[in-house]
Design a protein around this ligand. Structure first.
Ligand SMILES: [Zn+2]
Length: 108
């Protein structure tokens, strides 16, 4: 087993940003291919980034972000329970949401 879930979670934002060494990327993708927990996390983090980018183009329906956040929190809770590890990725997403909400308030 090359890469643990925890290592994947630590690298996931670099992976999405494309700021990752090719050999690490290869290991990460190999892990993702066989780990549905990490696939779920990657999807969740990716959704947040897409939402943040989209907000610059059009306003989201009211309540959309809250619903998404609730869904993500539920997702992370089940993943964390499965792994009995929590932390880096969940914290990253919470910080992202805070930054996004601040940005949203300033823009209006
Ligand atoms: Zn995993």
């Amino acid at each position: 087993m090359a890469m643990s879930c925890k290592e994947v979670w630590r690298e996931v934002s670099n992976y999405i940003d494309g700021m990752i060494a090719p050999e690490v990327r290869e290991e990460l993708e190999r892990h993702l291919a066989q780990c549905r927990h990490c696939t779920a996390i990657l999807d969740g983090v990716h959704n947040v980034i897409v939402l943040m980018a989209d907000e610059r183009l059009f306003a989201l329906p009211s309540g959309f972000a809250e619903r998404t956040r609730a869904r993500l929190e539920k997702e992370f809770k089940s993943v964390a329970a499965a792994h009995s590890q929590d932390g880096v990725v969940k914290r990253t997403v919470e910080i992202d949401f805070r930054a996004r909400q601040k940005q949203s308030r300033n823009g209006k």
